[in-house]
Design a protein around this ligand. Structure first.
Ligand code: GAL
Ligand code: ZN
Length: 654
């Protein structure tokens, strides 16, 4: 993908007379790509049998004649109201059995055959119209597809079919779920329903709930696939993506993007750095997660922070000087190529009028636009060097969609969140200047020297096998508390924890205590330190492992809290607690990286990130100051001063 800077633009929100002026202004400051049309269905198809794309032709022309490229979107997130009026089956059904109320966006049911038929009509029209337009470089499917939990009849039928394919018989489902508990055994397929009713999710059978979540994710991915196939059947050579974010009902990102050409992420970093030294604020975490979704291939920021955010919440602080340029460069440093800013103009109408774009409501050039112009110049100058570079890392963290859902369904202790478990390790690696990939359970593990699988709650037998193989062949592996707790159907295993991993860790869990926000003291001799444990504590029985940390007080006093074990040619670490202190994870990572022979950077000031992108003959080292203070970097290899949010790029021929 060619590195390009761009903006999100909504021609349908503005008088046509502004389009030319906007396009001219964009050209003069160096905008190279514009995304449009993702919410414009009612302008494209105002009535069932009336299509109008003439206006879109003119909008595209305004940009393409100035050599600005276009990303077009399928407008399927927002069907026009006539669709819902005439075909109410296209609307999602809530858990209370009622149809979702229209009036905002995203009301559609992915399973509805009628909805898919209407999508097909509008998408076909658009792709056929623009398939030979060279300015159109890619298609974005819908907008922020989430794993919606629709309870309509069509979704119910698809859920039953999903279970039928997976389990074949009701007996098998009853066995797998343990439906005997609370007399929940199914005796007919019609009894299988979505989770209707206003209950806390934790009251339902967790095996059933995990399958329901898996189904909803698969259904969302299927909807994306349906659109991608349709687009490609008309324009086989085009590129297709969908834009995503970290939402509550997250899709299975790896599955959703598997047949798409590239990942797109909507990137809204917080506009103030938390004062708390221990806060896990690094936005690099999200960027690395996104890059991992297609095996490290380049990705795109489809929406990037451009101004103060807010609408349905009170407005947040305006971005600090340097953030507009710096956070785009940070995304590029973590593997993004295209970065499009949301949005060119702040809306004057509609719900999002205070989610600010680059231009305020008055449309006058301002300091944000000036910074954005700098960004356009910087990336344009870097474009040839950047093109074709890749990020290659020796460390990876496993992201398990199943474990995320299962831990959300059954929170293990007050405040224990799956993402925080991943973030703690990622943050420590980042603060040591060590790049890290996020990988799916199905990814190739063998290329990593160090694999971290925090809270791998659901044990997928194939994943467990491959983690074993990695260690046997000499890899270093870190496992933590709440690894190996559940089987694939979300039931508890009956061997000593960490169950299928106990041979690797060389230790088993003796007793555990879900600490929540309470604290236990842990002594960590390898760094001469004492830290607090919170969220979880467990005492470990050493089999072949040796202790690397122990509790210092409380009822676990003197018992082992973390271990290391030689396994095959590799080493396996097991951490039986979590810590609220970043310093613990940083010390641990220094210890493990040293043993794994992975170099790290000493003495990086807080907030400074170092990443690298390489290709044959060239290495680009990005040094970014993600802090509100000016910093001095003085490591073995890098000496420089950075203003807040400044990026310096060192070029090296290799
Ligand atoms: C994104 C969404 C945009 C817009 C933006 C600002 O999540 O894709 O359409 O809503 O947030 O709120
Ligand atoms: Zn539905």
């Amino acid at each position: 993908m060619k590195p390009l800077i761009g903006v999100d633009y909504y021609p349908e929100h503005w008088d046509e007379s502004l389009w030319e002026a906007d396009a001219e202004m964009m050209k003069s400051i160096g905008v190279k790509v514009v995304r449009m049309a993702e919410f414009a269905w009612c302008k494209i198809q105002p009535y069932e049998h009336a299509f109008d794309l003439d206006w879109l032709d003119r909008a595209i022309e305004a940009f393409s004649k100035r050599e600005i490229k276009i990303i077009l979107c399928t407008p399927t997130n927002c069907p026009p109201l006539w669709v819902y009026e005439k075909y109410p089956e296209t609307l999602q059904t809530q858990r209370d059995g009622q149809k979702i109320a229209t009036g905002i966006r995203g009301h559609r049911c992915y399973s509805s055959k009628k909805y898919r038929e209407l999508c097909t009509h509008v998408i076909r029209r658009m792709v056929e119209r623009y398939k030979n337009n060279n300015a159109v470089i890619a298609w974005q499917i819908d907008n922020e597809v989430e794993a919606n939990e629709c309870c309509c009849e069509e979704c119910t039928a698809r859920f039953r079919a999903y279970l039928k394919k997976k389990y074949d018989t009701l007996d098998n489902i009853n066995q797998a779920y343990g439906n005997i508990v609370w007399s929940g055994e199914y005796s007919s397929w019609n009894q299988i329903k979505p989770p209707l009713g206003d209950y806390n999710e934790g009251w339902y059978n967790p095996a059933y709930m995990l399958d329901w979540k898996r189904f909803c994710k698969q259904n969302a991915a299927d909807f994306v696939r349906f659109q991608a196939n349709l687009i490609k059947s008309i324009a086989p050579d085009t590129s297709v993506t969908t834009n995503t974010w970290f939402c509550g009902n997250a899709p299975d990102y790896y599955d959703m993007f598997s047949d798409l050409d590239f990942v797109s992420y909507d990137n809204y970093p917080v506009a103030r750095i938390p004062k708390d030294e221990n806060a896990l604020y690094s936005h690099a975490f999200h960027l690395d997660l996104m890059r991992g979704m297609k095996d490290g291939k380049s990705f795109c920021i489809m929406e990037q922070l451009s101004g103060g955010t807010g609408c349905w919440t009170p407005m947040g602080r305006s971005p600090l000087t340097g953030m507009i340029q710096g956070y785009s460069m940070q995304a590029i440093a973590h593997g993004a190529d295209m970065v499009l800013h949301f949005r060119w103009r702040s809306a004057r109408k509609g719900a999002e009028m205070f989610w600010h774009g680059l231009l305020d409501h008055d449309g006058k050039p301002n300091s944000r636009l000036a910074e954005f112009e700098e960004l356009c110049k910087e990336v344009s100058a870097l474009s040839d060097d950047l093109e074709g570079t890749r990020i290659e890392n020796q460390c990876a963290i496993v992201y398990s969609s199943d474990s995320l859902d299962a831990l959300n369904l059954q929170p293990q202790s007050n405040g224990y969140h799956y993402f925080n478990q991943l973030k703690s390790f990622h943050d420590a690696l980042t603060s040591l200047g060590v790049g890290c990939d996020f990988i799916d359970e199905k990814s190739d593990l063998s290329k990593y020297k160090l694999l971290i699988a925090p809270a791998l709650f659901i044990t997928n037998s194939d994943t467990a096998k491959r983690i074993h193989e990695l260690a046997e062949k000499g890899g270093h592996v870190i496992l933590t508390n709440r690894c190996g707790v559940k089987d694939e159907v979300n039931g508890c295993l009956d061997t000593p924890l960490p169950c299928d991993f106990a041979d690797m860790t060389g230790c088993t869990v003796d007793e555990y205590d879900p600490l929540g926000y309470d604290i236990e003291k842990v002594a960590v001799p390898f760094c001469n330190g004492t830290f607090d444990a919170n969220m979880w504590s467990e005492s470990l029985t050493l089999n072949t492992a040796s202790e690397i940390a122990h509790y210092e007080q409380g009822f676990l006093d003197k018992k082992a809290a973390a271990t290391q074990n030689d396994f095959g040619k590799g080493k396996v670490y097991y951490i039986g607690f979590c810590s609220p202190q970043r310093a613990f994870y940083i010390s641990l990572m220094r210890y493990v990286l040293t043993s794994a022979g992975i170099s790290f950077v000493k003495g990086l000031p807080r907030g400074v990130e170092i990443t690298q992108r390489k290709k044959d003959g060239l290495k680009l080292t990005f040094v970014f100051n993600n802090s509100e203070q000016k910093v001095k970097v003085a490591t073995d290899k890098i000496k420089c001063e950075l203003e807040p949010f400044e990026m310096k790029i060192l070029k090296q021929r290799i």
